[in-house]
Design a binder for this molecule. Structure first.
Ligand code: PMP
Length: 422
């Protein structure tokens, strides 16, 4: 038995399903997870000493690659001065300034410790600010695991076919109104019926949790218009797209100004961080300047702030265009290889994100994403992993490239694709 298998067997007796986050269990791709010992650049080393070229990159945070020396040095220097104070520190001010400078719609920001906390808090603020209860959410979008968002959610719920979850009171999700992604008419109909009760529309501006699905022309602009018309807030959940789709996020790339934005992943440089921010007038309602309560013992943690700041400073200088062009080339070459084998495939991509859907149909929403061949994705995943490439272990997730990937890594990826047989 490999060390990975041994650890997994033991883990299953101690941790539900053997993992601390469901998708890691690799259930939908029909293999056991691999336990990781270390990671450097674009590569993972397993506890059995095998090396994999990684296209998950911790689900997004590692846009600079694993173990970047400047990020590590910044975190180590901060840790040497103290790992948590529970009192303000200068790094928090620097981080707030970096986020405000980078993200167009953010005038004030509050740090938290995960994407889940960021979206949960943004929704509470939207409800407090508007005095309304309902939220419009898109099917197949995932905004973390707080109660209000666990209706038709993507990511692990889509992977495991969980429509909702026990433990969430029906009264709570009754306030969550669902619309298909990219369907502006459906959103308008919800506003026509419930307009004066809707606090916010929350959206992944490029959806990454039903596989990658891009916003149709005019969709985000339409959401901005309809929310303004009814006095509801528009929340962009940029936990995946922030500092990735462009340095200023999807809002900068698409030229739309939301009222509130949530960020996570990259902003912590691999440490647990999230944040929510937006218009000053709205953010001033957060306690203690306002009456909407939200707090956190480890919020603004100095080690996480230092790693996140070092990451943002490096990314500010990074050539996003070059990485996107390299990713498109990879996707085109992969698509070509599948076409040679007459395998029907649609690959959605933007910036350093891509998802392989095994279907010839366009993927524009959760329904179309669900029509892709999941069995084939599972086989693809297993064969790629056997050939030293780690992809998202679910067809309902994105794969990620990074600034650390090399030509050798891309060649390795394509060589593995060329060996895939169905
Ligand atoms: N929003 C989006 C768009 C996400 O992709 C995720 C996690 N993948 C979250 C929120 C939740 O973030 P976390 O897992 O850090 O709680």
């Amino acid at each position: 038995m490999s060390k990975s298998q041994e650890l997994f067997e033991q883990a299953k007796t101690l941790i539900p399903g053997g993992v601390n986050s469901p998708v890691r269990a690799c259930l939908s791709v029909g293999v056991d997870p691999i336990f990781i010992d270390s990671a450097r650049g674009s590569r993972l080393t397993t506890v059995d000493g095998d090396e994999l070229v990684d296209f998950v990159m911790s689900w997004g945070p590692m846009l600079l690659g694993y173990g970047h020396p400047e990020v590590n040095a910044a975190a180590a220097a901060a840790a040497a001065k103290g790992t948590s104070f529970g009192a303000p520190c200068a790094l928090e001010v620097e981080m707030a300034k970096a986020v405000v400078d980078a993200v167009p719609s953010i005038e004030m920001v509050r740090m938290v410790s995960s994407g889940t906390e960021a979206t949960m808090s943004a929704l509470r603020l939207a409800r407090g600010y508007t005095g309304r209860s309902k939220v419009v959410k898109f099917m197949g979008n995932y905004h973390g695991h707080s109660d209000s968002f666990l209706a038709s959610a993507g990511s692990g719920l889509a992977t495991l076919s969980i429509p909702g979850t026990p433990g969430v009171p029906a009264e709570t999700v009754a306030h969550t109104l669902l619309a298909p992604y990219n369907d502006l008419d459906a959103v308008k109909a919800l506003f026509a019926a419930h307009g004066s009760d809707i606090a916010a529309v929350i959206v992944e501006p490029c959806a990454g949790n039903m596989g990658l699905v891009l916003p149709a022309d005019g969709f985000l602009k339409g959401l901005r218009a309809v929310t303004e018309q009814y006095g509801a807030l528009l929340i962009f959940d940029e936990v995946i797209t922030g500092f990735r789709v462009s340095f200023g996020g999807a809002q900068k790339r698409f030229g739309i100004t939301p009222d509130l934005t949530t960020l996570g992943k990259i902003i912590g440089g691999g440490y647990p961080v999230g944040c929510y921010g937006g218009k000053r007038e709205i953010m001033e309602r957060v306690a203690p300047s306002g009456d909407v309560y939200q707090a956190g013992t480890l919020s603004g943690n100095p080690v996480a702030m230092a790693a996140g700041l070092a990451t943002l400073r490096l990314l500010e200088q990074a050539d996003y265009g070059a990485l996107e062009r390299r990713t498109v080339k990879l996707v085109d070459e992969m698509t070509g290889l599948f076409m040679e084998k007459s395998v029907p495939v649609t690959v959605n991509t933007i910036a350093s994100l891509f998802t392989v859907f095994f279907t010839r149909e366009e993927i524009t929403d959760f329904d179309s994403a669900r029509k892709a061949d999941g069995e084939r994705y599972a086989s693809f995943y297993r064969q790629m992993r056997a050939n030293g490439v780690n992809l998202a272990p679910s067809g309902y997730e994105c794969s990620f490239t990074s600034f650390a990937h090399t030509e050798e890594d891309y060649d390795h990826f394509l060589d593995a694709v060329s060996k895939v047989q169905f």
